[in-house]
Ligand binder design. Structure first.
Ligand code: FPP
Length: 247
């Protein structure tokens, strides 16, 4: 997509998505093309994270969820995992001031206890110091997998049923949503995937039931504010029917 700075002002502030979810893919290919280590691609991708957080906040988007590390990503090389974890820790430390200044609250979803202790501490620290912010909720999906999240939800509900707190008729979509990591968030209006693959990759399986999906071939490190705004504009042009017919 071509960049056009004028597009920024063309957005209808009344029709912005409340929740944008992003699968940040293509860091490895970006690095491969330049014959550099994959971690360099993640490092460059961290700059894009910063840009997307700033742009989302500037635009007034209230919830941004980024898929930063999947449960499957534990199968990558020790070196790549260590590089990613170090970048994550550095990012959290360096962005605390900006999150505070811009009224951003940090949140994390996934199997957080599997992360290295140092990352867990920095996450906890950043979540604590930003907990009263309400301008935007920034959620990092870390060691996250949609199927594991569903298993966790089913286990919790099964336990409540076993102990007689609920019966089969109490199991509704609302009850299920209350047992997911995303219990306090609206479902994503948009799911963006960079890197061109037509896959969901185990991301927010329940929550994306009615999300508008946008896949761009741009690799995450090259994804720009201009392209983001163009996707938001395209979203504003789509008719969302949630399974109903046209009104
Ligand atoms: C997918 O690209 C990306 C990841 C597995 C990690 C995403 C991480 C970042 C953008 C940087 C760190 C995150 C934060 C929040 C500071 P890939 O490696 O699968 O790319 P490929 O498909 O081209 O191999």
């Amino acid at each position: 997509m071509k960049s056009n700075p004028a597009d920024y002002t063309d957005l209808d502030p009344e029709k912005l998505p409340a929740h944008v979810a992003i699968i940040m893919d293509g860091n490895g290919r970006w690095a491969k093309k330049r014959l550099v280590n994959r971690v360099k691609g993640h490092e460059k991708g961290t700059n894009t994270v910063r840009t997307m957080v700033r742009t989302s906040r500037e635009l007034g988007i209230s919830t941004l969820t980024l898929y930063a590390f999947s449960t499957e990503n534990w199968q990558r090389s020790k070196m790549e995992i260590a590089g990613l974890m170090a970048l994550l820790k550095k990012f959290l430390k360096s962005e605390q001031k900006e999150m505070l200044e811009n009224d951003i609250r940090l949140n994390a979803i996934g199997e957080i206890d599997r992360l290295p202790k140092g990352v867990q501490q920095e996450l906890q620290n950043t979540m604590n110091i930003t907990k009263n912010n309400s301008g935007m909720l920034l959620t990092l999906a870390l060691s996250y997998g949609g199927r594991s999240e569903i298993v966790k939800m089913v286990r919790e509900i099964a336990l409540a049923a076993k102990t007689g707190q609920i019966g089969p008729d109490s199991i509704t979509p609302e009850l299920i949503a209350r047992h997911l990591y995303t219990k306090d968030m609206p479902d994503p209006d948009i799911l963006i995937r960079t890197g061109g693959e037509m896959r969901i990759s185990n991301f927010l399986l329940w929550q994306i039931a009615y999300s508008e999906i946008f896949v761009t071939n741009t690799l995450w490190p090259d994804f720009s504010k201009e392209e983001y705004v163009q996707i938001l504009k395209a979203f504003q042009g789509r008719e969302r029917r949630f399974g109903k017919t046209e009104s």
